[in-house]
Design a protein around this ligand. Structure first.
Ligand SMILES: Cc1cc2nc3c(=O)[nH]c(=O)nc-3n(C[C@H](O)[C@H](O)[C@H](O)COP(=O)(O)O)c2cc1C
Ligand code: SF4
Length: 552
């Protein structure tokens, strides 16, 4: 059935893709008008279109009835800024006009909210009257700096179209095998979480036989604490787009798409502007720079579903299916978008591939070790003295990362959640024993992931933190597998009761639930959430002993 929908959707393709049509209809209409027309155009049943539309938070009538959305990501929650912010917005707009959104990527300043298609944070709330009147206000930018001996992600070697033209001209006239070899030699692994070698992924897709292939940039960065992809999309868009174009050249694709989350309006604007400039200069489109290589880029705007960061759900989303996770294999490199071979890469992976081609694979592989090589963007939240996004060499001791680069903390912090809501929760004493290294983090029972850091203050109750994690999973689970669908809700219910002091948490039952989710879930959303919860039980169990009951 889903294969059939993929093929039908693929007949019309990316240019006016089904997801975009479904989104546009829903956002511009108060009733069901237009659904039948879309179904007819794509030769699908109305229920298929309705099923896809009802999956997304932003397309629900209840969401569309609201005017402002307060960020309920982990960093904003820990900062304690959101309740007063919500109160102020409700006073201005009305009680029923203020909703929530999961992480707007302003973790370095908090007080984040979304109003009328724009994000605001920090002291912006003081100018709420101007914002409501539609006036443009001056906003603070995040701080960014590279601490690497060679910068691959933050340098200015690809900051204008002349530089872009020169580098593109060089590499679309370079042997494809040579480019793959550079990526393999660099030891670049995917920065989106799974850590698959980028060169191998491109090579598999290159070897797949098909008249049509796709390149997808996964810009659905939804992890709370992370704004590194946002930095690259807004401040280094040419590096990201170059990575996509050169990937298209290597694998034999003439079309790519950036799936950018709707919570990042400035990123969408920056990439859109950049694509238009490249098209005007003939650096995208037919027969680029007089060669027989043609490549075009599209943007797909996410509609508020965290699971769309998972690559198979992302592909389902673009195809206009419900964004549920698919069983792998087949992997996207053989059967991806519209069932055609597809490379799905994270924003940072693509920008790093560009940096490697410009600076040399040897320089990248010389940093860190074979499995954790090169440089990585690390994000610090507002509890750090130096909040912002930094390029750091892999292998750097975490003590140095936190204290020298991050500048230490403004107030006492008991633990860090590193790598988003699915990453480990690490006591400060444990994190200082580690280096910035994917394998070291995993071996110690944590996860480096996207290297975003959320600080948990000393007085923040861990029962509330686990409740937040289960609530997030219950809200965002795609519903495909039942250990995920049911387990996340059962966990949330247990912690609802503990939080409200109506019942204690049955420890044995909780452990059984966590093991079931870890072993039985189809993907890492509900399957990895036990990691931070088990970390908290292990290191902060004492703090929660009054909320627990032993149930044999
Ligand atoms: C629940 C979940 C959420 C994910 N979110 C993202 C994301 O926001 N961005 C991303 O690049 N990868 C995300 N991934 C990983 C992707 O499935 C995929 O591995 C990645 O995009 C591949 O690119 P890479 O090889 O460059 O890392 C997520 C995975 C899971 C299970
Ligand atoms: S683990 Fe959760 S998000 Fe993943 S497939 Fe199962 S229900 Fe969906």
């Amino acid at each position: 059935m889903s294969k059939n929908i993929s093929n039908l959707s693929g007949r019309i393709g990316l240019k006016k893709n089904l997801f975009e049509k479904i989104s546009e209809r829903s956002l511009n209409s108060k009733d069901a008008s237009g659904i039948q027309e879309i179904a007819n155009e794509y030769h699908m049943g109305v229920s298929t279109i309705h099923g896809a539309e009802s999956f997304y938070e932003f397309l629900r009538p209840s969401h569309r009835a609201k005017k402002a959305f307060v960020c309920n990501g982990s960093a904003c929650m820990c900062s304690g800024t959101q309740e007063p912010l919500k109160k102020k917005l409700k006073e201005k707009l009305g009680d029923d006009k203020v909703g929530e959104m999961f992480c707007l990527g302003h973790c370095y300043e908090n007080k984040a909210f979304h109003y009328d298609g724009e994000n605001y944070a920090g002291n912006d709330i003081d100018k709420i009257d101007e914002i409501i009147k539609g006036e443009k206000i001056e906003q603070e930018k995040f701080f960014s700096k590279s601490f690497a001996s060679t910068s691959f992600l933050m340098d200015d070697k690809l900051s204008n179209l002349d530089q872009f033209k020169d580098v593109l001209n060089k590499f679309i006239n370079t042997d494809k095998q040579e480019i793959i070899k550079s990526l393999l030699d660099s030891n670049l692994t995917g920065r989106g979480g799974a850590g698959f070698p980028a060169g191998m992924k491109w090579d598999f897709c290159r070897k797949a036989e098909s008249e049509k292939k796709y390149v997808i940039c996964n810009a659905d960065e939804g992890d709370s604490g992370a704004f590194s992809d946002r930095y690259l999309l807004e401040d280094q868009p040419l590096k990201v787009l170059f990575g996509m174009i050169i990937c298209g050249y290597v694998i034999g694709s003439n079309e790519g798409v950036l799936y950018i989350r709707g919570e990042y309006p400035k990123s969408i604007e920056a990439i859109n502007g950049c694509i238009n400039s490249l098209k005007k200069e003939g650096l995208l489109g037919e027969n680029i720079l007089g060669t027989n290589f043609s490549f075009d880029l599209n943007i797909c705007i996410g509609q508020g579903a965290y699971i769309c960061g998972e690559e198979t759900a992302l592909i389902a989303s673009i195809e206009g299916r419900r964004a549920e996770v698919d069983v792998r294999p087949p992997f996207p490199v053989t059967e991806g978008l519209y069932k055609k071979p597809t490379v799905v890469n994270n924003v940072e992976t693509l920008a790093a591939a560009t940096g490697i081609l410009i600076n040399g694979a040897d320089k990248f592989s010389a940093i860190g070790n074979k499995k954790s090589a090169g440089t990585k963007l690390v994000c610090f939240d507002s509890f750090f003295n130096n909040p912002g996004v930094y390029e750091v060499e892999m292998g750097t001791p975490m003590k140095k990362v936190l204290n020298d680069i991050g500048g230490g903390f403004k107030e006492p912090i008991k633990a860090l959640q590193i790598g988003g809501p699915l990453g480990g929760v690490i006591p400060i004493s444990e994190v200082e024993k580690l280096n910035l290294d994917f394998q070291e983090f995993t071996a110690a029972g944590f996860m480096l992931g996207h290297a975003s850091i959320v600080s948990i203050p000393k007085d923040f109750p861990m029962v509330d933190y686990i409740h937040h994690l289960f609530e997030f999973t219950a809200e965002e689970s795609c519903g495909k597998c039942f250990p995920g669908r049911l387990g996340s809700y059962r966990g949330k219910e247990m912690f609802d009761q503990a939080k409200n002091k109506t019942a204690k948490i049955p420890l044995k039952l909780l452990n059984e639930l966590l093991v079931t989710m870890k072993k039985g879930c189809l993907c890492a959303l509900c399957g990895a959430i036990p990691t931070p919860i088990m970390n908290i039980l292990k290191y902060f169990g004492d703090e929660m002993k009054d909320d627990m009951v032993k149930d044999n």
